[in-house]
Design a protein around this ligand. Structure first.
Ligand code: FAD
Length: 412
């Protein structure tokens, strides 16, 4: 197994916060229907634990924070007074449409051409009329795909929803966005990167790091993968990298035209995670899950990322899609400050909450860009700006970013 980076895991990576505490810079959650990764983790002895999900979530919109239970009638949809019903109706409609998609050939769905001829944004504008209903769908798309609704075809969205199931359970939006019963239900003890690390240990010296494959040559019934200073000849090669990265490899003979075109048309999303670290998960004492949806970018969705021991308290915020794109290449001085509350009510609520809340001590935060921004293979062109990708840990500026997340959670 030739790996470009100097570590295994790819988009699954632990961030060391010191004192034996780690958090996840990349993927961390699994839920029902993710059977294969669950089985793999079990095989290599990595246990899971439930994501903290006790109490209320918070919805912060137009300067007002509202607590709600995700086990309420609208499920994961925040109780927006003007948008929730419309968003829920749209979700049910999308789930029904997803049921018509054959997973092994989505382009053969009865309405595939019509659905692939429009972006999700086009569908949303035609079917959801309220600004808040549209906002809720925007957050769902950014959370699932790390892109904007205008970036993705309706057919692809439906295919992805359908693909969130398994042999016995259909996929739907709820499965993707829910914590309890959904894709965020569980986390890995010791951090998700333990799974690839344990697997790599079992594979031993068959795993070769820091060897980006540049060229794959098929001739005389064998395949040779040529990496920097290293090559492997075998009967077959499995290229297990995202399509746009697969396109950077030079193939001989060339890839079939349709496969080559596919790799040009499957762009990566853009996502960062911000971890605000506190002495305690103070929101738990306030009866909050740590999960919030907010209309105040950069952080539009948060989770309680505290380790199973219960300390330190880690509040993780996703920065996704346009919000993340705008911050690629940011230096510590560019880190966002909390936007002012837009309504007097919001300001009052925020002030009261700040006064009531425990005083958090943000110890560090990390920001991890998606692989689209962290090519494992050196590329030509202008030198990347420092801190463009990978994991960075700051101390002071984190206070500003985490203050925004904290305010969302405590502004009640
Ligand atoms: C911030 C973030 C949060 C996420 N959260 C979740 C989550 O909670 N739950 C979930 O299920 N999914 C989540 N995901 C998605 C999940 O990380 C990916 O679906 C998964 O990691 C894909 O695995 P992969 O092996 O296909 O690709 P990758 O993880 O991208 O691995 C590809 C590997 O190939 C290497 N490589 C690339 N090119 C070459 C080359 N030419 N030669 C050799 N090696 C090469 C790369 O360095 C990398 O190690 C998240 C993703 C991100 C970015």
């Amino acid at each position: 197994m030739l790996e470009a980076r100097d570590r295994v895991g790819g988009r699954v990576v632990s961030v060391d916060l010191g004192n034996g505490v780690i958090t996840e810079g990349g993927a961390e959650f699994i839920g029902p229907t993710q059977d294969r990764i669950a089985a793999l983790a079990k095989d290599v002895g990595v246990e899971t634990f439930p994501t903290y999900n006790t109490g209320d979530n918070v919805y912060f919109r137009n300067g007002t924070a509202t607590r709600y239970s995700s086990s309420g009638p609208l499920g994961p949809v925040p109780p927006d007074p003007t948008g929730a019903v419309e968003a829920e109706k749209a979700i049910l409609q999308l789930d029904d449409m997803a049921k018509t998609i054959p997973l092994d050939a989505p382009w053969t769905a009865p309405r595939a051409k019509e659905w692939d001829a429009q972006t999700f944004e086009t569908w949303k504008l035609a079917n959801v009329l309220t600004p808040s209903g549209r906002f809720l769908l925007d957050v769902a798309i950014a959370s699932i795909f790390s892109c904007e609704p205008r970036d993705v075809s309706l057919l692809f969205v439906l295919f992805y929803l359908a693909a969130a199931g398994n042999e016995s359970n259909p996929g739907d939006i709820e499965r993707l966005v829910n914590t309890g019963g959904g894709a965020q239900e569980r986390r890995f003890v010791g951090g998700s990167q333990l799974v690839p690390i344990e697997l790599a240990e079992r594979l031993g010296d068959r795993v070769v790091l820091s060897r980006p494959v540049r060229r794959i040559v098929t001739e005389n019934g064998t395949v040779t993968a040529v990496a920097d200073g290293y090559s492997v000849t075998a009967q077959r090669a499995v290229v297990a990298v995202p399509p746009p990265l697969a396109a950077r490899i030079d193939y001989s003979p060339q890839l079939p035209a349709l496969r080559d075109q596919l790799t040009q048309r499957m762009p990566m999303g853009t996502v960062m995670k911000v971890h605000a670290v506190y002495p305690e998960p103070f929101w738990r004492a306030a009866g909050l899950t740590g999960q919030a949806v907010a209309d105040t970018p950069p952080a539009q969705a948060t989770f309680d990322n505290t380790p199973p021991s219960g300390t330190p308290g880690i509040l993780m915020a996703f920065v996704e899609a346009e919000a993340a794109r705008q911050r690629l290449g940011a230096s510590r001085d560019d880190l966002p400050t909390r936007p002012p509350s837009t309504s007097p009510t919001g300001r009052r609520r925020s002030g009261r909450a700040a006064a009531r809340s425990a005083s958090p001590r943000p110890a560090s935060c990390s920001t991890t860009a998606a692989p689209s921004a962290s090519p494992p293979i050196a590329s030509t062109g202008p030198a990347p700006r420092p801190r463009r990708s990978g994991t960075a840990t700051w101390t002071a500026p984190c206070a500003r970013a985490s203050a925004a997340a904290k305010e969302v959670l405590t502004a009640l």
